[in-house]
Every structure is written in C-alpha cells, then in structure tokens.
Ligand binder design. Structure first.
Ligand SMILES: [Zn+2]
Length: 115
C-alpha cells in the first residue's frame, strides 16, 4: 500500500537524525537535524540553508545587535534521511521489534535508526 496523503503522513525524521538536503540552495549538504516542526513540516538542519538573521541589541539578555548566520527551516520533502550504518540517503521503513517497540529502519541495509 502506498499512501499518497501528505499532510497526515508522519514526518519520519527526528531531532538528531542525519539528513541530506536534496534540493534548494543547500543541495547535497548533509547535517544533523536540530529541530523538527510537525505543524509546518519543516526541519532545521545543521549548517544547511543558512540565513542572515538580523537581531536587535537587547542588553538585558546580553544580545548584541547585528546580523547572525542561522539555519533556516527546510521542508521535509526536500531532505532525506541518511543511514548511520550504510551512509546512504534512504527512506525510512518501519518494523516492530520482538518486544513490541516500533522502530525505523534503513530500507537499504535494514539497520535501525534509533539512537
Ligand atoms: Zn543503511
């Protein structure tokens, strides 16, 4: 069965996963997922999609004003999981362990993604 509904589908990417950016300005870059936003279906990937963020100085929070480089969110459809075992980008499959735990697995080498 191949589900085509998009918004209801689970993201399948979690914080701490390694992903590869498949399209856009940071195409080809691999990095760790810093944040996942299920509502916008966007992930923030370390060192990818760097944007210039303008900040105002806020002395009470010890923030200096200026422009800082910051990772911008990328839509999940533009990134793919990178398997920590075989090192290739892959779609996640799912399997259930003998103890009933559901885990994500690499569809190529069947290694689990759980950290
Ligand atoms: Zn693999």
């Amino acid at each position: 069965m191949n589900k085509t509904s998009q918004s209801a589908a689970p993201i399948g990417i979690r914080r701490g996963d390694m992903v590869k950016v498949m399209t856009g300005r940071s195409k080809g870059r691999t990095g760790k997922v810093l944040a996942v936003n299920p509502e916008t279906r966007r992930v923030t990937v370390e060192h990818a999609n760097i944007i210039k963020k303008h900040t105002r100085p806020n002395p009470s929070k010890n923030i200096r004003g200026g422009i800082v480089d910051k990772e911008g969110p990328i839509h999940v459809s533009n990134v793919m999981l990178v398997c920590p075992s075989c090192g290739k980008h892959t779609r996640a499959g799912h399997t259930t362990l003998p103890d009933g735990t559901k885990v994500r697995i690499c569809r190529r080498c069947k290694a689990t993604f759980e950290h």
